[in-house]
Design a protein around this ligand. Structure first.
Ligand code: AMP
Length: 218
């Protein structure tokens, strides 16, 4: 199984697609945002720094991010494919990612780009709720993505929470950064013939069907 990368603005649904792929193909989902959120809970100097940076919507220092990506991808469970989500986020990180993969003998694979309207993203950001226990993602602004019981996870009964950076102010910082810094790396992967565009305005299961067709069709 080739590795899979997602390039998408915040709340475009990359986490949801990554979880669906993980269940179907049994490969790990590596989200730099999730790993950093775990680090932000630690009461250490790095933990406190990461906590503040995440809340502001700015990027965490490269030296921290690179180390965590290399360490995580070096684990045995990545040998048969993995999904990377949230990294790389700019051109420098894309070049560093090429270097890291070479060093640990892994390859680039599919690069999925989720294209989606800004207004829809705003609606998703303010409605997104997450289960802290099983990481299921819900959206109270989308009829078909609400939990059955208010604030409770359908799958495991966990108490849903809202991410600290899921507000309109932080969204604008993250979205503008995506447009200026992350979107331009699409060209880097396009030159390598790895890019697949997906319509992020569609329902999660329709997007997933597109992904399966692409993966299955190779
Ligand atoms: P995400 O869950 O991908 O939206 O990421 C949440 C936050 O984690 C971002 O707003 C950044 O503060 C931080 N973060 C995630 N990935 C990276 C990265 N590749 N480089 C630097 N900071 C990151």
């Amino acid at each position: 199984m080739k590795s899979i990368m997602f390039i998408a603005p915040p709340a475009a649904g990359k986490g949801t697609q990554a979880e669906l792929i993980m269940d179907q193909y049994h490969i790990p989902h590596i989200s730099t945002g999730d790993i950093l959120r775990e680090i932000s809970k630690e009461d250490t100097e790095i933990g406190n720094y990461v906590y503040e940076t995440l809340a502001s919507g700015n990027l965490v220092k490269d030296e921290i991010t690179y180390k965590l990506v290399e360490n995580r991808l070096s684990k045995k469970d990545c040998k048969n494919g993995f999904i990377i989500d949230g990294f790389p986020r700019n051109y420098e990180q894309a070049l560093k990612y090429d270097e890291i993969l070479k060093k640990i003998n892994l390859k680039l694979g599919y690069v999925f780009v989720l294209d989606i309207d800004e207004k829809r993203l705003e609606k998703r950001i303010t409605g997104r709720r997450i289960c802290p226990d099983c990481h299921a993602v819900y959206n109270i602004n989308e009829e078909n993505q609400k939990p059955k019981i208010d604030s409770i996870c359908d799958d495991c009964g966990g108490k849903l929470y809202q991410r600290k950076d899921d507000n309109l102010e932080s969204f604008q910082t993250r979205y503008q950064m995506y447009l200026k810094k992350t979107a331009p790396i699409i060209e880097h992967y396009d030159k390598k013939g790895l890019i697949y565009h997906l319509d992020g305005n569609k329902k999660p299961n329709e997007i997933f069907d597109q992904i399966i067709k692409i993966i299955g069709g190779e």
